[in-house]
Design a protein around this ligand. Structure first.
Ligand code: THU
Length: 140
């Protein structure tokens, strides 16, 4: 399968952002998650009247992909209408790390790229399943 360029992945994230349901914050975010086979899964933030049940664009894309059986990922582009980069929030970093590992996170606004990081930079000391295994082994 042919791979989209970084610029094309950003365009797809901008398109996903247009579908955001940001009724309460007015802050629309789009994500385009590239799977290892080149498939691109889109996500937008989805808010609701309780506020707390909001799902960020990144997690929407990951959960869509995982529920469709896609488990290997290579890149994600995240778009918001901000001058400075809009990085994934804490809960999204945890989910990104656990499901996508050390993927590249490309941030952009409506005009251009604003930042680029690897997940290990955004979550340098992660908690993950390895710790659960270690604990289980210690009790054996
Ligand atoms: N949001 C995202 O979707 N992704 C981010 O990386 C940052 C924040 C959403 C959550 C909420 O709907 C709105 O942006 C304001 O926080």
């Amino acid at each position: 399968m042919s791979r989209v360029s970084d610029a094309e992945l950003i365009v797809l994230a901008r398109q996903a952002r247009e579908r955001a349901v940001a009724t309460f914050s007015g802050f629309k975010v789009g994500a385009a998650l590239e799977a290892a086979d080149g498939t691109v899964i889109l996500g937008c933030n989805i808010e609701n009247a309780t506020y707390g049940l909001t799902l960020c664009a990144e997690r929407t894309a990951i959960f869509k992909a995982v529920s469709d059986g896609i488990r290997e990922f290579s890149r994600i582009a995240v778009v918001a209408d901000t001058q400075s980069p809009t990085p994934p929030c804490g809960p999204c970093r945890q989910i990104l790390w656990e499901f996508c590992g050390d993927i590249e996170v490309i941030m952009a606004n409506l005009a251009s790229e604003t930042g680029r990081y690897h997940m290990r930079e955004l979550l340098p000391v992660p908690f993950d399943a390895r710790h659960l295994d270690e604990d289980a082994n210690a009790k054996r």
